[in-house]
Design a protein around this ligand. Structure first.
Ligand code: CIZ
Ligand code: SF4
Length: 304
């Protein structure tokens, strides 16, 4: 059996030796979150990646997150413990497709969810995360915008800003898009007193059943402040670890045990240790792509 405590100690020692900061996304395995210096969402972790003094950033997350850290801190070494950890939604649009999307709608700004490749960010006007998507679109003051790749986040933004017409790319997160209204209703029948909190990557008809539609950082804040003691959580199951810490004593029910992102779970404590020990899994972004993407990513980090 692996000794989790010994691994935590070994990782802490190696991180010090390498002058590394370990960042973990809210959907990572509990023990990986617990070994990180910072746990958060894309926006929070991007801000930390931009500001850190450490010379190495270990990103326990998926590839686009490590790329975003590299774009914001090109002088640092960015390591992804599991190089195969990608995001299917990010792969649903290529840079060529993004350029064609813009060409088909001349003059409209392209807003791209951070869940996208560096190459797509490089042809994007402004990026956003689920925590600031509405504010980012509002900040443009435009009547029509293009939004990629998540059609569900696009629909959520459109519902919050009726004055803006959102032309959406047809991408989605397989983990969130699998949830149906029937699954939510089945859980509310079992837990009638629980608040329903959903993520904007869910389908609009699922978000319509929610007491609150929130990013992961928004959920972490909300459960601590809410009067409710129980929550039906409609997002990737890794967040339940953070929710239990944010509101100890409250009860959290994942709407569906299958809400697990296989890519997020590829990163293990052993792989975090190996990446630090071997300085393996370095993520690079070609200099021209990185420079072109920096503007849209910096705009994202500055809103909300
Ligand atoms: O923005 C992120 O980190 C993701 C993927 C979800 C969320 O709401 O935090
Ligand atoms: Fe991508 Fe969905 Fe996994 Fe997030 S949960 S990394 S959006 S597939």
């Amino acid at each position: 059996m692996t000794d989790v405590y010994a691994l935590h100690a070994e990782i802490a020692r190696l991180a010090k030796e390498r002058d590394a900061v370990i960042l973990a996304h809210n959907y990572q395995r509990a023990e990986v979150q617990d070994t990180a210096h910072h746990v958060g969402d894309s926006l929070g972790l991007s801000r930390i990646a931009a500001a850190t003094d450490a010379s190495v950033i270990v990103f326990a997350g998926v590839h686009f997150m490590a790329e975003t850290a590299k774009i914001l801190s090109p002088g640092k070494t960015v390591l992804l413990p599991e190089p195969r950890a990608g995001c299917p939604m990010a792969d649903m649009i290529t840079a060529e497709q993004a350029v064609a999307f813009k060409a088909a709608h001349p003059g409209l700004p392209l807003v791209t969810y951070v869940n996208s490749s560096a190459a797509v960010k490089a042809v994007t006007d402004i990026c956003c995360t689920s925590a600031n998507a509405v504010e980012v679109v509002r900040s443009l003051g435009a009547e029509r915008i293009l939004f990629a790749p998540d059609r569900n986040l696009a629909a959520w933004v459109a519902s919050q800003l009726p004055e803006v017409e959102v032309v959406a790319w047809d991408g989605y997160c397989p983990v969130h898009d699998m949830v149906t209204p029937a699954m939510v209703i089945e859980m509310t029948d079992i837990h009638p007193l629980a608040e329903v909190i959903t993520h904007p990557e869910c389908r609009p008809e699922v978000n319509a059943l929610a007491d609150a539609v929130l990013s992961t950082s928004g959920m972490l804040r909300h459960v601590a402040e809410s009067d409710a003691d129980e929550f039906i959580v409609v997002t990737e199951g890794g967040l339940l670890h953070g929710l239990s810490k944010a509101a100890p004593g409250k009860r959290f029910y994942n709407v569906e045990p299958k809400m697990v992102c296989p890519n997020m779970k590829l990163t293990t404590l052993e792989k975090v240790r190996d990446t630090l020990r071997d300085m393996s899994g370095e993520v690079t972004v070609p200099a021209d792509v990185s420079a072109a993407a920096l503007t849209s990513v910096e705009r994202m980090v500055s809103v909300g």
